[in-house]
Write a protein that binds this ligand. Structure first.
Ligand SMILES: *Cc1c(COP(=O)(O)O)cnc(C)c1O
Length: 392
């Protein structure tokens, strides 16, 4: 097999051809600045607003509650820093979890250097935040709760509805990083009582470098990028028009196909997990088997290094990940795997495979056969494994 088997859709996805096609006219035909008054810019302005309407409708929001950003990291930074800024008179305490994306964790750490206090909640061994822990962590000076919708490494879907209810009851703002969940599972901001929500196009077959932050009407939030009056004066800079149009198209397709896509991915993912668990000994599944993104599989193979496994899989044309893309290059095991209680040496032997609807059963068979062979080969070279087997 010479072709690439792409199983890293949590890192990024392929931009769908319909999305590329929708974007193309906005480079060299409709290239006017949406802020200009002349008629030449009218279709550009309209395209931006049409995308905004599509995106708003997809989460049950109002059009004027959608603010375009340069992606998920910006949305997370904006929501957290600007809420801290706007609500610091009320208090300087923030609640989050230990398994957030670095865009949230590092933003919280930044705020800690600026006089804020942050509670990083533990999760259970499946990677689930306990709503009662959220409740117990609330203090009179708590101004923000930020808990992700679904985790990017182990796919665990959080009890967002319960957390939203607790936050609303206590009058505390609730932000959720929904970058992994949006377009994959249904999200309604009113039902879940979400005040702010970050998303990113490139995780749902849209282009890279565009996302949106939902900000509920009435939330006091400062502008993030200062300059022109774009995005209701809250995020300056000439709009990324092709990106916005592409995101609108990607979201439209994602919403239309969500159910059947999830079903297809879940079936294939379960097949992959079952075969791996049956055929590769000393393996565990990381994360929750029920409350889990349909395309996410995450394994821990004892006695091996995930990095070596990845390199050898790459040699067979298989793209996977050992932690989050942001941590590869560092030797620390993933903070998410440590938070669910994996010892360092087991966390090091982890492999994340995230599917798309384009994957096939034949590919899964090839992947299982490859993983089996490579894991066995790596274990043969492992002194830990040798010691372990001697003791058996
Ligand atoms: C990918 C990702 C981000 C970052 O989004 P970008 O658009 O790449 O900046 C943030 N949070 C989660 C959960 C992600 O998976």
């Amino acid at each position: 097999m010479n072709k690439v088997i792409y199983l890293d859709n949590a890192a990024t996805t392929k931009t769908r051809p319909e999305v590329v096609e929708a974007m193309l006219p906005y480079f060299s035909q409709y290239y006017g600045n949406p802020s200009s008054v002349y008629g030449f810019s009218t279709p550009v302005k309209q395209a931006v607003e049409k995308a905004r309407e599509t995106l708003a409708a997809s989460i049950g929001a109002k059009t004027n509650e959608i603010y375009f950003t340069a992606g998920g990291s910006e949305g997370d930074n904006w929501a957290i820093k600007a809420a801290a800024d706007a609500y610091q008179d009320k208090g300087r305490h923030i609640i989050t979890s230990k398994i957030e994306h670095h865009a949230v964790l590092h933003t919280c750490q930044y705020l800690e250097h600026h006089g804020f206090q942050v509670t990083y909640l533990d999760v259970d061994d499946k990677g689930m935040v306990r709503p009662e822990d959220v409740k117990a962590a609330i203090r009179p000076d708590t101004i923000l709760i930020t808990i992700m919708f679904a985790n990017n490494e182990i796919g665990t879907i959080q009890p967002v509805k319960e957390i939203g209810r607790i936050a609303r009851d206590q009058g505390i703002l609730f932000h959720t990083d929904a970058v992994q969940a949006y377009g994959h599972v249904p999200i309604q901001v009113d039902e879940y009582q979400i005040d702010m929500l970050s998303t990113s196009a490139h995780k749902i077959n849209g282009p890279k470098g565009i996302g949106f932050l939902y900000i509920r009407k009435g939330v006091k939030i400062r502008s993030f990028v200062h300059g022109g009056a774009q995005e209701r004066k809250r995020r300056a800079g000439t709009e990324n028009v092709p990106g916005i149009v592409g995101y609108g198209k990607a979201a439209e397709l994602a919403m239309e196909t969500m159910e059947q896509r999830a079903e297809k991915e879940r079936t294939l993912r379960n097949y992959l997990m079952e075969r791996i668990m049956q055929e590769v000994p000393f393996t565990r599944i990381n994360g929750d088997c029920e409350n889990r993104l349909p395309n996410n599989a995450n394994f821990a193979f004892q006695f091996i290094e995930g990095e070596s496994l990845l390199i050898l899989l790459d040699g067979k044309g298989i793209c996977g990940s050992s932690g989050s893309a942001c941590t590869s290059g560092s030797l620390d095991p993933s903070h998410v795997l440590l938070a669910i209680g994996l010892p360092h040496e087991i966390a090091h032997g982890s492999l994340r495979l995230t599917l798309s609807e384009e994957n096939t059963k034949e590919e899964m068979d090839y992947v299982v056969d490859s993983v089996k062979e490579i894991v066995a080969r790596l274990r043969d070279m492992s002194p830990l494994y040798e010691d372990f087997m001697k003791k058996q």
